[in-house]
Design a protein around this ligand. Structure first.
Ligand SMILES: N[C@@H](CCC[C@H](N)C(=O)O)C(=O)O
Length: 289
């Protein structure tokens, strides 16, 4: 079983090419694969297939709006094995992988996700790095909610970008204070407000078009970046600054991305790195529960 490993601003993924959709990605297997001690280690898994093949195999019941049978589809799994609707860093790595392996010849194409179609532009690409823009779709504000992180209450804006986020702009926060925040434990949040769980972003206010952000991801834990989270953070930072649109540079522990929010939708531009590829032992994989 072939794999590649890649990351987008150090949000890392095992990429599994599975064009015939033969792999059984049950949660226990994905969790073992993503475990940094007993597996390869990653924040999540990206299965590479066409949307129609996933539907025919029963992985997708129906195709999300805007996604056609022939479109590529990023079948994303969190590190704990759960399925999430979207992954912004994952889409960049997915698009890079397709271009680098020659599976896709065009530099502009659609990547399907459970949240819908995510058109991409691969601006530059080699076997190692790429620079990719992703159309991230509609940014929907859900209202105000709060989370408790290390005993401190952070209030923020609930935002849906295909998956759920709580983006908390903390006026008193500096980059140094943010870096010192203990994000080892899962934030407490309102299950009534976020019945399907939530990704929590804590960020500094917008200054000169820049924010610093950390994230605790649903189904993973703290990661060094979250693409959908940077979109939610940018939208919340703009809103806190009295604006609905604009460009925001979002600095995360794993690097930096650029988010543009316009007309209620967002665009995410950032890097992708492919680290290497290899084979997963079939016996190891099949022996997993
Ligand atoms: N890291 C991703 C988001 C992955 C999904 C998330 N953990 C969820 O459960 O919604 C990104 O780059 O957007």
């Amino acid at each position: 079983m072939e794999f590649s490993k890649g990351h987008g601003t150090e949000n890392d993924f095992v990429v599994l090419p599975d064009l015939d959709v033969r792999l059984d990605l049950r949660a226990e297997r994905v969790a073992a694969l993503c475990d940094r001690r007993r597996g390869l280690g990653a924040d999540g898994v990206l299965r590479v297939a066409r949307a129609g093949a996933l539907r025919a195999a029963g992985v997708l019941e129906a195709l999300p709006e805007g996604v056609g049978d022939d479109d590529w589809f990023m079948d994303y799994r969190n590190g704990d094995g759960s399925i999430a609707e979207m992954c912004g860093n994952g889409v960049r790595v997915f698009a890079h992988y397709l271009r680098a392996t020659g599976l896709e010849g065009a530099s502009e194409f659609v990547v399907g996700s459970r949240a819908g179609a995510r058109p991409v532009v691969v601006h530059s690409c080699d076997g190692w790095t790429a620079d990719v823009t992703v159309q991230m779709g509609t940014v929907t504000e859900l209202g105000t909610s709060s989370a408790i992180v290390a005993g401190q209450t952070f209030t923020g804006l609930g935002i849906d970008v295909g998956n759920p986020h709580l983006a908390c702009v903390e006026e008193s926060l500096t980059a140094d204070k943010l870096a010192a925040l203990d994000l080892t434990a899962a934030p407490a949040f309102s299950a009534a407000f976020f019945p399907h769980g939530v990704n929590v972003e804590i960020l500094t206010p917008l200054v000169d078009g820049v924010v610093d952000m950390r994230v605790y991801e649903r189904g993973v834990g703290e990661t060094r970046s979250c693409g959908t989270g940077t979109v939610a953070a940018a939208a919340a930072a703009l809103r806190a600054d009295g604006r609905e649109e604009g460009e925001v540079r979002v600095r995360v522990p794993g690097g930096e991305v650029l988010v543009a929010v316009r007309g209620g939708a967002a665009e995410l531009r950032g890097p992708s790195v492919l680290v290497g590829s290899g084979r997963i032992d079939d016996d190891w994989w099949n022996a997993l529960a």
